[in-house]
Design a protein around this ligand. Structure first.
Ligand code: NAP
Length: 293
């Protein structure tokens, strides 16, 4: 069994990005600039955004954080998005989800200029992804592709089972694994909460990507010998022995499943660190106008 060390791969890729930023600077170019909009005071969102800002500093990007109170109106938020869309100094931006209930998420995402949508959530980028055209791929699936690439994991002709069909992870992941490319060219089964006898599918899988948010869901009796298991799940479980008061648990019963695998990601330290690197990569692409020009 080989452990997929997302922390290590993320550090390597960050170093590469930092070198490219130095080069851009030396050539008199503009440094990539990522902005984030954060609404309200959700603990997990605060941490995610703080980590994104920190990652920008690490690679030499400029970053801006726009914070708003929970009761911001949809109209004011849309105006801010328009302002950032028009700001030539900002190459890409994200609106941290979830948003308060009184704000229509789709309306907000649709207002982001596709060329600055480095989270890859705008329908224009999703559509381009489906058609295998240049696009920003959503950060978590993009990070997973990078891990598969880094470890030279063969995907062509394999059976990949994705569990979870969210717009940000499972659904794009299933499309990417089925696309004609590398990684890709898998035969994909997409499972969700209405799937009957899910185990019959996972037992046939060469690659299982688990993204449902149910700690320990994938157990050893659901996995065949030699499978590749990618655990996207990240659930906070109360743990008084930790400084933070919580531990992070994945969707895989790791201790049981790992011995059966050819490759497996740990939680934490697997997919998580790659998500931020993927966002940085998209921002670099935006600054270089590689996707839209
Ligand atoms: P989500 O929007 O809650 O979607 C969960 C999906 O799982 C849904 O499609 C749901 O099916 C499916 N599901 C729920 N119970 C199921 C069951 N018993 N059997 C089969 N499918 C089931 O979740 P998400 O946003 O994709 O996130 C999933 C997990 O990944 C969470 O733990 C999240 O924290 C984590 N995550 C991690 C990263 C990272 O960077 N590491 C990034 C994003 C998310 P239905 O559609 O039928 O309801």
């Amino acid at each position: 069994m080989e452990l997929i060390n997302g922390k290590e791969v993320a550090a390597l890729l960050k170093d590469k990005i930092a070198l490219q930023v130095l080069e851009m600077k030396e050539n008199g170019g503009k440094v990539p600039h990522l902005a984030a909009i954060l609404v309200g005071e959700n603990g997990a969102s605060e941490t995610y955004v703080a980590n994104k800002v920190k990652a920008c500093e690490q690679v030499g990007f400029d970053s801006s954080l726009f914070r708003f109170a929970n009761d911001i109106s949809e109209k004011t938020l849309l105006e801010k998005i328009q302002e950032i869309n028009d700001d030539d100094n900002i190459d890409g931006f994200i609106v941290q989800l979830p948003l308060p209930k009184h704000i229509a998420v789709d309306k907000i995402i649709n207002a982001i200029k596709p060329s600055k949508d480095v989270d890859g959530f705008h329908p224009e980028n999703t559509g381009r992804m489906v058609k295998n055209l240049p696009c920003y791929i959503a950060a978590t699936p993009f990070g997973i592709l990078k891990l598969i690439e880094h470890y030279n994991i063969e995907t062509k002709g394999k059976h990949c089972v994705v569990i979870g069909r969210s717009n940000i992870v499972g659904s794009p992941m299933s499309i990417l694994m089925a696309r004609d490319g590398n990684p890709g060219n898998c035969t994909v089964t997409l499972c969700h909460s209405r799937t009957q006898n899910l185990r019959q599918f996972t037992l046939m899988a060469d690659i299982i990507i688990v993204a449902l948010g149910k700690p320990g869901f994938l157990t050893h009796d659901m996995v065949k010998e030699g499978a590749v298991v990618i655990d996207v799940g990240l659930t906070r479980i109360e743990d008084s022995s930790k400084k933070t008061g919580f531990a992070l648990k994945g969707d895989v019963e790791y201790d049981q499943v790992a011995p059966k695998c050819s490759f497996i990601t740990p939680v934490p330290g697997g997919v998580g660190p790659m998500t931020i690197v993927a966002l940085l990569e998209n921002t670099l692409k935006a600054a270089r106008k590689e996707v839209y020009n």
